[in-house]
Design a protein around this ligand. Sequence first.
Ligand code: UT7
Length: 330
Amino acid sequence: MEVKQAKITAVGHYLPEFRMTNFELEKLMDTNDEWIRTRTGISERRILKDPDKATAFMGAEAAKEALESSGTSAEEIDLIVLATVTPDYLFPATACLVQNMIGATNAFAFDVSAACSGFLYALSTGSMYIEAGRAKKVLVIGADKMSSILDYTDRTTSILFGDGAGAVILEESTDGTGIIDQIHHSEGDTNCSLYQHAGGSRNPATIETVKNRQHHVTQDGRAVFKKATMGMADVSLEIMEKNNLEPEDIAWLVPHQANLRIIDATANRMGLSSEKVMINIDKYGNTTAGTIPLCLYDWKDKLNHGDNLILAAFGGGFTWGAIYLKWGLK
Ligand code: UT7
């Protein structure tokens, strides 16, 4: 079978208008702007306030922008892969809701659940369909309404996350640009370091699970910090070595935005200076599956055709990975 190469041919995004600053959080809990900025790098995050809108809405808006920017009609899309941990419903898949919202009547659609590595896993999955010649145009979306699962009485997690979505279109590449390599890892976390305990089949919703606040994200911050710092840097070095890349060969690191200290540690281990690292955690916080496509969107005008990018993420599961791609948009 002839293996094709997949490349990103369009990028779109959606961010809710409401900005929740660290100062707003100071009013809700025992925290302060200085602690949040120095420990995480976050100054504000976006929150989707409209109770009638959720992850599918944000994903659809990001998708529409990607479609419009490339002059692609929704009917041309063969597949939608959407990464999220905050689906509108446990089922049907949020990707199917997006399909309906944008009118992608010829696509099949499914979700990927890999927490903060979700977009990378979804991008890999989507690229395989292009590489195998099974799809011509694939929409890959990372979208999360994290505010829907945050406990605003828990200062250790609620300050970290925000809402947002990004989307890309993948198509066959004929010019050598596109996704060159991908490495993914998982390690089942039995210590419940980063979990939403209730709402699934293990602990279905009851009055008790609601009272005990088990439908929110809980995290052992220190344990996850250690694993994330190690995992994201290790896999980034692994993909550099595998592809004989020196620091000077890399134009941009596109890291998952969980904590500025994790991003800095990864860039240091890779030998990259800070000018080569995409950072927008200050404005959006951790949008889970949204962070990497939101970076690509924010930086798209600074990227040159053929630039070497390393995308890297670590998240709940545990899941982590890196993708090496040559930027294919002109
Ligand atoms: O994206 C998915 C993966 N997730 C991550 O990668 C997140 C990884 N973890 C982290 O980013 C960091 O561990 C946190 C930002 C969550 C916490 O930072 P830390 O430097 O690890 O702080 P800590 O948990 O060690 O807490 C230090 C102190 C504690 O007080 P004591 O025990 O030293 O008196 C906490 O109670 O900071 C306190 N603290 C806070 N203080 C003010 C914890 N949260 C807050 C807060 N405001 N929001």
